[in-house]
Structures are given as C-alpha cells and as structure tokens.
Design a protein around this ligand. Sequence first.
Ligand code: R5P
Length: 302
Amino acid sequence: MSRLLLPLPGNEAFANALAAEGDFALAAAAVRRFPDGELLVRIDTDVAGRAVDLVCALANADAHFLTLAFVADALRDLGASEVRLLAPYLGYMRQDARFHPGEAITSRTFARLLGSVVDRLVTVDPHLHRIAALSDLYRIPCQVVHAGPAIGRWVRDRIAAPLIVGPDSESEPWAAGIAAAAGAPYAVFDKVRFGDREVRLTAPDLAAFARRQPVLVDDIASSGRTLVAACQTLQALGFAPPVCVVVHAIFVGDALDRVRAVCARVVSTDTLPHVTNAISVAPLVARALLAEAGPGAGPRPD
Ligand code: R5P
C-alpha cells in the first residue's frame, strides 16, 4: 500500500512534488484557529493502519511546532501505524552549545521535543556545526538527504568553467561533493562571525582559478551577510560576480536584495518555498522516503 503524505499548511507544493515522484497518496488535514487563537486540527483522511509522512519545513519552528504536535498525536489516536516527519528544513540547529553563560542549548531541547512527537525524522542537509551527526542530538531514527548531487548537476549543466566556493571551513566536505558532481575545482574561505549580522572572510590563493566563474555554495542564507561578504571578497580578487546557490533559502528582511546587489544570480533548492527556488530536491527526498531505510541510513547512492 502506498505511503500517505500529509502536508501541513504551507507545505503543499513540496508534498505535491514528492507525490509526483513515487508511490505516495496525499492525505489532508484541516487546521484553523478559534477566536482566542487556539488551534483546532482535523484529519480528513482515513489513516487507520497506515504509515504517514508529515511534511513540514521547520523554518520559523515556533509558529509550526504545536500544529505539528497536534496533528501527529491525532494521527496516532486515529490509528496511524507510524508518523514520520519529513522536515525539508530542520530549524533550531544553530544553538548547539552554550556560547555565553546562562544560554539555553536550544538544539538539544528542540530535538527532545520533536522526538516526543514523531517516530522518525527525515531532513535535508541539517546545519551540523559542532555536532557530527543528527543521532548525537535526536533519539529517534533520523535519515539525512543531501542536496549536493542535485546542486552539482545544476552547476554542471548551466555554468561553464565553474569554481565552487564554500564560505567557511565547515563547508569543505560539502563544497568538495558539489565540485565532484559538477566536475569543477573548489576552494573554501575562512570565516569569523562577530555577531548575528557581521562576518569576516579570508580567501586562500585563488590565482590559478582567475578565469573561472565563481559559484558560492552555502547550506543556509539567513541574514545573507555571509554571501555578501563572500561576493565582495571574490570581487576584490578580480573575479566575475558569483552565482550564489543555497540549500535553505531563509533570506530574512532585505537579505535577498543585499545579496542580489553583489552577485550575478541567486538560486536555491525547494526545501523552503522561495522566489529563488530553481533546484528541486524532491526526487532525492522521494527516493529516500521510499527506500524504507532503517535507523541512521542515508539515501540510496545517487
Ligand atoms: C554557517 O555556518 C552557515 O553555513 C551559513 O553560512 C550561515 O548560517 C549563513 O547565515 P547568514 O546568511 O546570516 O550570514
């Protein structure tokens, strides 16, 4: 029997893209608020005995978490055999340590809360910084899908003589994977962050790549300051305006305008609906979901 995909409000486009890729049926839930703001959710599909994949990108997780919890609990009450969360973007991955006295380690708390709500988690390129794997944070089985192969193919098919550039040392494995898929060289910058909106980058010697088209790749664009600084660094070195590619297009406030002002083009994957979406990861995610892999497994080789 096909798996049921249940998109939470705002996630319909990604769920439809998944459904077009494989053996899924779409389920429906209605979500509304009482006059006092409290939520009412109603599951409109018979889920008894069925495995359900909830689709909910967790940017602005504060706004979505309770809806997710209520829907997941209702599914179990109504007899769903499994509730798996597909969060194309997984929020609350940033604060994975106590950087200043008294700060909450929200990655840990959020993982515990989410793990109490769903049975399994599938996500795309979570922001793992000081934590090596999602299993170090989450006690439920997690599966990670990598957007790198889709990004690499996009670059290979559209950009002549690219140079893949990662904005910080953590991006090295990721930039290397995209470069391999695109058949291109890569380089990574060193980044020091001085605040929410201030970063400083240092480039290695890129003289050998002077004639190449720089393609900046990053997992997240939030304030956009990392991409802006990276574009300005490349410009100062005499490169053509870069193409910027991000997996998760958050782009708060005027971030997109700031980045567009210093680059040739901005594109993103469709993990979050955004005007820059140009690369779909739905085929990779659908394949991972249908693989029915066990705990800790990754997607099938691309
Ligand atoms: C940081 O390690 C990430 O890879 C991104 O570079 C960062 O989250 C981007 O943030 P912003 O757009 O605010 O500079």
